[in-house]
Design a protein around this ligand. Sequence first.
Ligand code: GDP
Ligand code: MN
Length: 388
Amino acid sequence: MKIHEFQAKELLSDYNVPIQRGHIVYSSNEIEKTIEKVQNEFNSDAVVVKAQIHAGGRGKGGGVKFCPSTESAIESANEILGMNLITHQTGEEGKLVNQILITEALDIEKEFYFALMFDRAKNADVFIVSTEGGVDIEEVAEKTPEKIVKAWVNNDTYLLDDAINTIINALSLNSFNDAFEIFTNIYNCYSNSDCNLLEINPLVITEDQKIIALDAKVDIDSNALFRQEKIAKFHDTSEEDPLELKASEYGLNYIKLDGNVGCMVNGAGLAMATMDIVKHHGGEPANFLDVGGAANVDTIKNGFKIILSDPNVKSVLINIFGGIVRCDRVANGVIQAVKELNLNVGVVVRLQGTNAKLAKQILDESDIELISAETIDEAAKKAVGLVS
Ligand code: GDP
Ligand code: MN
């Protein structure tokens, strides 16, 4: 689960990591008094206005503005709050800015890249840093990969010393007495908050020689939210794809994609294989949907509803292997769903496994038009054929 910059900074602050401080604004009538509050609190006219959306690259997209005066701050805040912000991470449709962060303006001497994540290959947490911060780290990785330094936490002892000393050297922070403690605190924040990723880009050195997190991007392991009471409340549903949100309410694993062949499958592995075969036959899957091992009539119906809510869908491929879920149940679910929903796309059904024969009989005897298939290959061909 992604969280906003201001929320990530709050977590860091809980661990005594120095952050660029500020206040959040949700509606335009709070703009002027919040700017004044920030100016007074940090004793300067200059403030920074920052769009809060779940995507990076806001600065380049016009969502982060350094404002030297009250006037420019009011103007930028009004412009950014409520804008549709397009960055290289939002996709071309952009994201609506529902809240802005008004922060102190810092005088920056250096900008570093900093990230912490889990390296599955090494089975260890890894610090990733670069002296080339602030800009796109992807670009640094491509053009000057030698400027990216990685340091792994010892996965026997969990001692941080070696890793932190490596990054302190890499960033030439040896003269900063608090550097070790700050990196330790960031690590504790990352670890105790169940982060998949904790990225600070940029981590800055200010002109008055302080290390400060200027930005923060955090992705939390959703499976750990049950024990992260505070973070769970940071969930911002307005940032999610409405269909994916609906699917999660139904307990379905659904990811929307750009193609036009809707796929309803049980089991993540089979779902991926089905998408591959659709592509193999020249089609483009419209989604990933795993209805789960214990799918019932309602799950199938809800899955169908979600697939069909996507206007791009031109055919549906149902590929179910009946193990725990019996094929006759799936067949009944499909029939109910088709009857309830106004279906105007072709549906190809392939059911194999427990009670497959009974399922075929149920489908044959129903008065709804479905195209049946025996093998996954045949099913994919037919579903792709319907759209081309
Ligand atoms: P991003 O574009 O979404 O990554 O947003 P950031 O929070 O990283 O801000 C983008 C850039 O704005 C930073 O890399 C800085 O160069 C600049 N910026 C943000 N806050 C300040 C500030 O307080 N002082 C100065 N001088 N620049 C800032
Ligand atoms: Mn940034």
